[in-house]
Design a protein around this ligand. Structure first.
Ligand code: CO8
Length: 377
């Protein structure tokens, strides 16, 4: 392969909302809602017509998930026991949409870090879990907002694996010669599709946007990450679902059901996804001739600290420390496709020339993606 069709990651960008919610704040508001609900429905609960709701707990959340806080775009309404949902007023068509806006912020940072002008970029892939509208594509709006001029953009959704699927798509454009510079952008407003009244999942998600600039090696900045190999996998499962969609309005009686928000069988996901992902990483490393002792760092999907501990152990052959498998779950929570990219963005500058690492995602679908990278400095 020549430098003209060798794909590399030139730079990444990160937009973090200014507001964050601690577990203490979240649980206090959730428990106030539970008390209100149980008080208002006392008679119906006593008659067995309505279920009594249970309090949430900070200790449970930290032990079960490793999450301590999450960033959000609209804090106060989420914490208001009467509302418990972000409030984001609809914007006129002339104004940039909120999803595109946060995507642009992350993209601009990636471009500055790579020393690249928007007009040098050939394509934008907006790869995320929840797209704000059907069309025009958010990616095309981002292309316009960045002032890219020529080129093209489109949206893609593979839930938590959207970023790695986007990286492979971008890398394939570079390999085939159909583009030299591709922005993969992951704006994730997970707070919008989270049921903040559901004790089992109200603590899981946060908002953020990341961007990855995938380019041909011959135009990349001196310091970059060569993409050594990528692999994608999907396997159908109903264990993580969101049934929101454009046909909901055609079935008015089920339009407002809670399964139009994020729902999951968390235990099953944990049990089924850990072995699937560990095996996928080991097999792909073997194909690429990479030993587990060659792997300097794992930037894993940030859904659950326990899942990452088990996957890292199976891949590395020993319990990983924070340096080998850094977490951002404690401060960002699960940010779907952006999680592994935040970890990479924040914890990759210290690696040396020749170091090999792995960006890995997994989630709804099921879906999983591996991107092995080698630092060039
Ligand atoms: N406080 C106190 N107790 C609680 C709470 C709470 N908040 N919630 C549950 N409990 C109780 C339960 O009632 C249960 O009690 P009992 O034993 O008496 O029945 C006990 O705690 C244990 O409950 P669980 O079995 O549910 O708890 P787990 O230990 O399994 O932990 C987790 C739950 C944290 C959800 C865990 O299963 C997990 O993380 N699994 C992996 C999930 C995962 O990775 N999902 C990926 C989904 S993300 C994705 O693909 C992107 C989708 C799109 C994102 C955007 C949408 C917003």
């Amino acid at each position: 392969m020549t430098d003209a069709n060798t794909p590399v990651i030139s730079a990444t960008g990160l937009f973090t909302p200014s507001d964050s919610i601690s577990n203490e704040e979240l649980v206090s508001s959730f428990n106030a809602y539970v008390d209100l609900h149980n008080e208002e429905n006392a008679d119906a609960i006593a008659a067995g017509e309505v279920s009594e709701l249970q309090h949430s707990s900070v200790e449970f959340i930290e032990k079960a998930s490793g999450i301590k806080s999450r960033y959000v775009l609209s804090k106060d309404p989420i914490l208001d026991p009467e509302t418990m949902c972000p409030q984001m007023p609809e914007r006129p068509n002339e104004e940039i949409s909120i999803l595109a806006e946060i995507g642009v912020k992350a993209a601009k940072q990636a471009l500055v870090r790579a020393g690249r002008k928007p007009e040098d970029v050939d394509a934008v892939l907006c790869a995320c879990s929840n797209l704000q509208r059907a069309y025009p594509a958010i990616a095309v709006e981002i292309q316009d907002a960045l002032g890219m001029g020529d080129g093209f953009g489109f949206d893609m959704n593979v839930a938590c694996s959207s970023a790695t699927f986007g990286i492979q798509t971008a890398a394939d454009y570079i390999r085939s010669g159909s583009a030299k510079s591709v922005l993969v952008i992951n704006p994730e407003i997970c707070s919008g599709h989270l049921n903040w009244r559901d004790r089992d999942s109200h603590f899981i998600f946060g908002d953020v946007a990341t961007a990855i600039l995938v380019e041909a090696k011959d135009i990349a900045p001196a310091e970059h990450w060569e993409i050594v190999g990528t692999k994608l996998k999907t396997q159908f499962s109903n264990n993580i679902r969101n049934n929101f969609g454009f046909l909901n309005r055609t079935s008015p009686e089920t339009r407002d059901d809670v399964d139009k928000l994020f729902v999951q069988e968390g235990r099953k996901v944990f049990k089924e996804v850990v072995p699937m992902v560990a095996q996928m990483i080991v097999e792909q490393a073997e194909r690429l001739g990479i030993q587990n002792t060659d792997l300097r760092r794992l930037w894993l999907h940030q859904a659950n600290a326990g899942m990452n501990r088990l996957i890292a152990q199976r891949v590395l052959g020993h319990e990983a420390n924070d340096d080998e498998s850094p977490t951002v779950l404690d401060t960002y929570a699960n940010t779907s496709s952006a999680g592994s990219i935040i970890a990479f963005h924040k914890h990759s500058a210290d690696l040396s020339d020749g170091d090999i690492g792995l960006i890995c995602s997994f989630g709804a679908g099921y879906s999983a993606g591996t991107v092995f990278v080698r630092k060039v400095a």
